[in-house]
Design a binder for this molecule. Structure first.
Ligand code: NAD
Length: 338
């Protein structure tokens, strides 16, 4: 298969590309990534070296239909997996415009190019956040109405609707995945787990929003990548598939697990003013993915966290290199105000 992956220099995309190339000899991947602050070509330096004949990097914007079309033609692309997005909720609260530009308009441009060229399958990677928030009970199913609460999740929901419309209107073979919170190697350190790791190692205060009782369902990134792969290979056109890790945890428990894994004291925890519109609880019902695709998460949370902490410990240079001036500026300002 010849695949175009977008956003492959980000957290999940880079894990997906490495995992797919390692396990599928006949696979060629073209990675289209704009290299925003969250994209890092270094995350795939090993892949560039190991798979020079089956891996191509192209720097560019998914909103550039002509570029996408050119890449489809040049590499005889058969399928697309769209990871590219602006992904940080706090940044979307500060300024929603890049989120609308990439997540909504960018997805439509990519769909336009895919339709024009006749791409056989278009997998769009979305998030549980499009469903909004849950009370203490119940889980999100694929039938749950979309009720996004942040500019990030609203822009992802907008993209989901456009992907759906491409199937309904033009008969395109599109499939949407919606997954819960990921963690693992190569995650940008503005997200909870690598942020807490960095702070704990430096013995700086760990900022925890509100009462720390917001609940997320955590999934190890490779389990998510396998879900996306199953969707690509077996998903039914026009369908949505939920993925989760069966590991619901309040944020404070995640932070305590990290401190314990690193042997650091809980006195480093500092509660800060809650994020506006902070969803209380997410939980995923992924029985459809299990039934139709054979999906089952393999990592339990404690093993996943241990391996993730080990990875960050062994890859201090990577962590240092992505914490650029612009990154620090945003983080200092954001948490400084809380
Ligand atoms: P990330 O922020 O780590 O990476 C995003 C990548 O997209 C970066 O490499 C960036 O350079 C690239 N990009 C951004 N705008 C672009 C554009 N206009 N054109 C081309 N490339 C562009 O994100 P992630 O955490 O790896 O998430 C990947 C996808 O998975 C996103 O669509 C996100 O909504 C979805 N998702 C993430 C999670 C999670 O927990 N991280 C959970 C569910 C779904």
């Amino acid at each position: 298969m010849r695949l175009l992956v977008t956003g492959g220099c980000g957290f999940i995309g880079s894990n997906f590309i490495r995992d797919m190339l390692a396990r599928h000899d006949g696979l060629t991947i073209v990675n289209l990534d704009a290299l925003t602050y969250a994209g890092n070509r270094q995350s795939l330096a090993d892949v560039e070296a190991a798979y020079a004949d089956r891996y191509v990097f192209a720097r560019g914007d998914i909103a550039n239909s002509e570029l996408a079309l050119h890449l489809f033609e040049e590499h005889n692309i058969e399928a697309v997996v769209n990871f590219a997005a602006e992904t940080h909720v706090d940044r979307s609260i500060s300024d929603a415009s890049p989120f609308v530009r990439t997540n909504v308009a960018g997805t439509q441009s990519l769909l336009d190019a895919a339709r024009l060229y006749g791409i056989r399958r278009f997998v769009h990677v979305s998030t549980d956040e499009v469903y909004g928030t849950l009370g203490p009970d119940g889980k999100f199913s694929e039938e749950t109405p979309l009720a996004p609460n942040s500019p990030y999740s609203a822009s992802k929901a907008g993209a989901d609707m456009l992907v759906r419309a491409a199937h309904e209107t033009y008969g395109m073979d599109t499939v949407i995945t919606r997954c819960s919170n990921n963690y693992g190697p190569f995650q940008f350190p503005e997200k909870l787990i690598p942020l807490m790791f960095s702070k704990a190692v430096a013995e700086e205060p760990l900022p925890v929003y509100g009462d720390g009782l917001n609940v997320r369902d955590w999934i190890y990134v490779i389990d998510h990548c396998r879900g996306v792969e199953l969707t690509l290979l077996k998903g039914r056109p026009g369908e949505v598939y939920n993925f989760g890790g069966d590991a619901e945890k309040p944020n404070i428990e995640v932070v305590r697990t990290i401190l314990a894994a690193l042997g650091k004291p809980e006195s480093l925890i500092r509660f800060v003013t809650d994020r506006p519109g902070h969803d209380r609880r997410y939980a995923m019902d992924f029985t459809k993915a299990t039934r139709e695709l054979g999906f089952r998460p393999e990592y339990d949370f404690v093993r996943g966290i241990r391996e993730t902490m080990d990875w960050y410990r062994q890859n201090g240079a990577w962590l240092e290199s992505v914490q650029s001036g612009a990154y620090r500026q945003f983080m200092d300002k954001w948490y400084g105000e809380r």
